[in-house]
Design a protein around this ligand. Structure first.
Ligand code: F6R
Ligand code: MG
Ligand code: MG
Length: 366
């Protein structure tokens, strides 16, 4: 029997701006799934990262299952009613379509799913990021699965000796899923050449080349491309199986010590360092900094253990200080140059109008 892990996540309203969902909202979503998911899902874990609520389901229905996706959609619709009743800010923000149609992909919520035959013990990590987009995972996932400087298992473990296959999506293409499959280590430079562009090319999934098994799945939604205008950042989720023929938990976590600069932050329009935070953390400085949390679980016969909070350790306090410094250093130059995203990535249409108006005022001196 195969187990499926499905993370479906959406921003359906929050307290005090885009800080965090209310307790009542989280409770209402949990209750909806508990009341309506019987016979469909095996287990549920509800959490938030910044203003986003993530539902982690275990079930046996496989990926992209209509009933499972509909359950999440309906839970978010029901939650939106509570968000409206409470007057939460941005109620229903990520629900971009009026009616559910088969799959929540392309409707606003972010989705990451893994289907696999459980190992006798099955540890996995669930990452959730806020105030950034799916390309934020490019660098840390590349380093964890392809660089022996971060993943010593690539040198030391025979079960990882063949490396990993990267499936990368061109998220600039909106007619369908445009993907490429490349193998590490042979195609390392090609993988790097694509992944340097976090806004265009995004890791979708990783497979072990030793066993063929799926190792990781990332949500690749770009809300910008669905709505054609600013509706919030994409705030990506990711599932990663760890240990054995996959990188160890610590190898997957290690690259987050960099605090690399990603797109997002205030109004989804700036550059900021990605801060690894404790689970259920709120948003703060300059509507950020861009943040990532990590729940570590084991799943057995479809049942989840309680999570361990992977970034809740004194080591990460030190990293958070470094990332705070990096955030302030870049923020000191405000809107200038690399501190703000290029024109094509700015999430507010207002600037387009402004530029059109200014364009007419330019004169070419004779
Ligand atoms: C970024 C984000 C915030 C908002 C900002 C303005 O993802 O959610 O930075 O862009 O708080 O919010 P609005 O436009 O809703 O007033
Ligand atoms: Mg968010
Ligand atoms: Mg939001």
């Amino acid at each position: 029997m195969k187990t499926t892990l499905s993370i479906i996540k959406a921003d359906i309203g929050s307290i005090g701006g885009h800080i965090k969902p209310s307790r009542k909202l989280l409770e209402s979503v949990r209750e909806f799934v508990n009341n309506n998911g019987k016979g469909l899902i095996d287990d549920l874990y509800v959490s938030h990262t910044g203003d986003d609520i993530a539902l982690l389901f275990t079930h046996q229905k496989g990926t992209e299952n209509e009933d499972v996706h509909k359950l999440a959609w309906d839970a978010f619709v029901a939650g939106t009613e509570v968000a409206k009743e409470q007057g939460l800010y941005g109620a229903g923000q990520d629900l971009l379509k009026d009616a559910f149609s088969g799959n929540v992909k392309g409707m606003g919520p972010a989705v990451a799913e893994l289907e696999f035959e459980e190992r006798p013990n099955e540890p996995f990590l669930f990452f959730a990021a806020d105030k950034t987009d799916p390309g934020a995972y490019n660098l840390p996932v590349f380093l964890a699965f392809a660089d022996p400087m971060f993943c010593s298992g690539l040198m030391l473990s025979p079960s990882m000796a063949k490396g990993f296959k990267f499936t990368i999506m061109d998220v600039g293409y909106t007619e369908g899923d445009r993907i490429i499959e490349l193998n590490a280590p042979e195609d390392l430079y090609d993988i790097a050449a694509l992944l340097r562009d976090n806004e265009r090319f995004v890791i979708e999934s990783i497979h072990s080349r030793n066993t063929g098994e799926i190792a990781a799945s990332v949500s690749t939604t770009r809300l910008h491309n669905i709505a054609g205008k600013y509706t919030g950042k994409d705030d990506p989720v990711m599932l990663v199986r760890v240990q054995g023929s996959f990188p160890a938990t610590g190898e997957v976590l290690a690259p987050y010590s960099i605090g690399h600069y990603v797109a997002g932050f205030m109004r989804g329009s700036h550059t900021g360092p990605l801060m690894p935070l404790r689970i259920n953390s709120p948003v703060s400085y300059f509507d950020g900094p861009p943040m990532v949390s990590c729940h570590a679980f084991c799943v057995h016969n479809g049942n989840l253990t309680e999570p361990a909070d992977a970034f809740d350790h004194p080591f990460w306090d030190y990293v958070r200080e470094k990332v705070s410094r990096k955030a302030i250093e870049l923020r000191e130059q405000g809107f200038s140059g690399v501190a703000m995203l290029p024109y094509s990535e700015l999430e507010y249409g207002g600037i387009v109008e402004k530029m059109k108006r200014l364009d007419k005022l330019f004169k070419v001196r004779g």
